[in-house]
Design a protein around this ligand. Sequence first.
Ligand SMILES: Nc1ncnc2c1ncn2[C@@H]1O[C@H](COP(=O)(O)OP(=O)(O)OP(=O)(O)O)[C@@H](O)[C@H]1O
Length: 209
Amino acid sequence: MSLDLIGVTVRPKGGAVLFPPLTLRIAAGEVTTVMGPSGVGKSTLLDAIGGHLAHGWALQGEIRLNGRDLRPLPPEARRIGVLFQDAMLFPHLSVGANLAFGLAPGIRGEARRAAVEHALAQAGLEGFANRDPATLSGGQRARAALMRAILARPQALLLDEPFSRLDAGLRGEIRAFTFDHLRAAGIPALLVTHDAGDAQAAGGALVSL
Ligand SMILES: Nc1ncnc2c1ncn2[C@@H]1O[C@H](COP(=O)(O)OP(=O)(O)OP(=O)(O)O)[C@@H](O)[C@H]1O
């Protein structure tokens, strides 16, 4: 798996580009970090990669996932996962149903339950399948959200400040958990952060916008 950006930048239609064109390759299991001042366009770059660029914005350059040009594909066909600041779980579904949400529909019955149980165990959440997400701690919710993202078998993952709401002690633990799992799953990932410690822990290339 690899995610390639070739001369990529974004601009409001009729306006100037937000940052100089970016060319980079993220290989399987690598986490590349993007840092830069507020408003430079980091979240808009992630929107462009995921296919969620708002009306009124234009993408410049080429985005390839495993060699395939993503530009003609709608977001749901891109196989790109996203993790946000709030580690959002669907509040109306149990923790187990949240994790199962990303699984392919062909995985049914016992195989489905086993996949969810395995992911819960990896997240240190054994026995949490029937819990209401509102009863989880911040760290538990962050680990569950990562597992839900991985179970969907994304071909790349975008992380938009996913650790910024966690307190200092938890932050180190959750980012190590996150990067270990992304490496093990061989998923190329792009991390947006304001925190140099996040970038260092990610261990990959650092891009400043
Ligand atoms: N319609 C528009 N026309 C021109 N510029 C816009 C328009 N909408 C938003 N912008 C600007 O585009 C930039 C993109 O913001 P974006 O959220 O991508 O930045 P960011 O680097 O993620 O910031 P932060 O670190 O604060 O989250 C901002 O400077 C914003 O003011």
